[in-house]
Design a protein around this ligand. Structure first.
Ligand SMILES: Nc1ncnc2c1ncn2[C@@H]1O[C@H](COP(=O)(O)OP(=O)(O)OP(=O)(O)O)[C@@H](O)[C@H]1O
Ligand SMILES: [Mg+2]
Length: 510
């Protein structure tokens, strides 16, 4: 289908060039962010409108406009000024479709060339959208769904960044819906979310009218119900959650852990921290100061009420193809406990995936800066090392990360730069913008400027999944909104209603 003519390439000092093509709008209205196609000696050039400027030569000279107005004669009454108004659009060429594929523009189109709105087919090809891909939104001004190929979006990890309230969790909810709705024949991966604020728990509830139901595909685990089986802890994992452990302490702990595991294999059953402490207390080979330190570390771990004889839930129950597991950490206040849970489950998922014991997965981490902080000591960043490892090596094993953060500056740069695709919603803080720009070479100055003016639900996607930066609008979610999405009015009403009920109950009791 040949699309509409909208203008003609003009000749100015800076246009047309391979980096810059201006055209005068001859028909209709064009918008910043819209795509156009321009005939070119090598094929068809696709370009993005980066600015739209109205000009009128009657108003070019400030002194004459002022003089006219001062005499009390409006200019437009004397001259046909309206007829002299015209619109120039600046565009940035993105690529040229040639017979042998898409190439980077190295020569400009000729002045005088007609400019048409880009066809959806051309855009779809340029961004390599996939009919069986993940439908996250729409390209604005073009009736085109953003459908991203699963592998290109997730294999080399994804980061979703913006200020608070710009729509990160909403966009990720759309991503989860797409993963849960995927057909088996297209390849289904498992999805696990670490959810510090309980923003995703609505996936586990039966849907109200008008919403899609995902409750039968969702497992919700409350943080306080999670247990880590002590026999499943390797000395490496155990040492990583006791960051201050010395070499001598580690050696003794490793030996005793080994002995207990051997006993278990010989039929004495799984053991817990109390049994480990008992074994240390009874061991006569450990020096007393090492013994004291180990017992103190283990008592501290015991007080977290997190360790037991068996894992609960088991990793295999968490990681299932086409299913979602939400690990709701909102009932845990202690950041160390949260980090230990993230660290343990992530380690376990990664090692089981390497052995092909579980399905390929996407591990979504909300508030990622809490778990992979940029500046924090080892003790305060227990989960950082394993998440760095998955970021570095996960793609070889089908272990993908989706990191979500409203504080990109506080997020580990090494890990962030391993996220080959980034979805960026509104960001206003210059430090955060700078940090994001540094971690993504594809992003240019003009795109950066546009990030600060995005509205809720508008996003820029850059990197592996699209090849070239693309602004798009996140689609409407199908699942029920998170309980955090209710208005302040609704929250106030709910509170007063609950108080009224409580008073009624108290009165009834009296
Ligand atoms: N694409 C969208 N369409 C419609 N409403 C949206 C969209 N994205 C976000 N919203 C609304 O904006 C509000 C904030 O969205 P969301 O909770 O996803 O923000 P967030 O970036 O995760 O914030 P925080 O960093 O505080 O967690 C919500 O009430 C949500 O309903
Ligand atoms: Mg959120």
């Amino acid at each position: 289908m040949v699309s509409e003519y909208v203008g003609t390439v003009i000749s100015t000092a800076s246009s047309p060039s391979p980096a810059n093509v201006d055209f005068v709008v001859t028909k209709g209205i064009v918008h910043r962010g819209q795509f156009v196609e321009i005939e070119h000696a090598e094929g068809t050039m696709l370009a993005l409108i980066t600015n739209v400027i109205k000009t009128n030569k009657y108003f070019e000279r400030a002194d004459s406009v002022k003089e006219f107005e001062a005499r009390g004669n409006a200019i437009f009454e004397q001259f046909p000024t309206a007829e002299w108004e015209y619109i120039v659009a600046n565009t940035r060429p993105l690529g040229i479709f040639t017979a042998s594929g898409v190439k980077r523009p190295s020569t400009p189109p000729s002045p005088g060339t007609k400019v048409r709105l880009a066809s959806t087919e051309l855009l779809r090809k340029f961004y390599r959208f996939d009919d069986n891909g993940l439908h996250l939104g729409k390209v604005e001004f073009h009736d085109l769904d953003v459908k991203l190929n699963l592998t290109r979006l997730l294999k080399k990890h994804l980061a979703v960044l913006s200020i608070s309230g710009a729509g990160k969790s909403y966009a990720v909810s759309c991503l989860i819906e797409e993963l849960l709705d995927r057909k088996k024949e297209h390849g289904r991966i498992a999805c696990v979310v670490f959810d510090p604020h309980g923003e995703y728990s609505s996936f586990a509830e039966p849907a109200k009218r008008g919403y899609a139901d995902y409750s039968d595909k969702t497992l919700l685990v409350k943080g306080n119900n999670i247990r880590i089986g002590v026999p499943n802890l390797s000395i490496r994992v155990l040492a990583s959650i006791i960051p201050g452990i010395s070499l001598a302490q580690r050696r003794e702990l490793s030996r005793i852990l080994g002995e207990l595991k051997k006993e278990m294999r010989n039929g004495s059953g799984p053991f817990d921290l109390a049994r480990l402490k008992q074994a240390i207390t009874e061991d006569s080979d450990i020096k007393s100061n090492t013994k004291g330190a180990l017992l103190a570390w283990l008592s501290e771990l015991e007080s977290l009420k997190l360790f037991s004889k068996l894992d609960l839930p088991s990793i295999r129950d968490l990681v299932m193809p086409g299913r979602l597991a939400i690990i709701d950490l909102s009932d845990i206040i202690d950041i160390k406990k949260k980090q230990i849970i993230v660290s343990y489950i992530a380690q376990k998922m990664f090692s089981e995936r390497r052995r092909q014991n579980i399905a390929p997965f996407l591990l979504i981490i909300e508030e990622a800066h809490q778990f992979i902080p940029e500046h924090a000591s080892e003790e305060q960043a227990i989960s950082r090392e394993i998440l760095r490892t998955i970021a570095r090596e996960g793609r070889k094993f089908g272990a993908s990360l989706c990191l979500i953060s409203q504080r990109p500056v506080q997020l580990d740069t090494t890990t962030l730069s391993q996220c080959n695709t980034k979805i960026i919603l509104r960001i206003t803080n210059p430090y955060d913008l700078d940090h994001v720009a540094k971690s993504a070479e594809a992003i240019d100055k003009r795109s950066l400027d546009m990030i600060t003016s995005l509205q809720v639900g508008e996003a820029l996607i850059i990197g592996e999944a699209v090849g070239y930066p693309l602004f798009f609008r996140v689609r409407q979610r199908r699942s029920m909104p998170s309980k955090h999405e209710i208005t302040l009015e609704e929250a106030a009403l709910q509170y007063e209603e609950s108080m009224r009920k409580r008073d009624e109950e108290t009165e009834a009791l009296l």
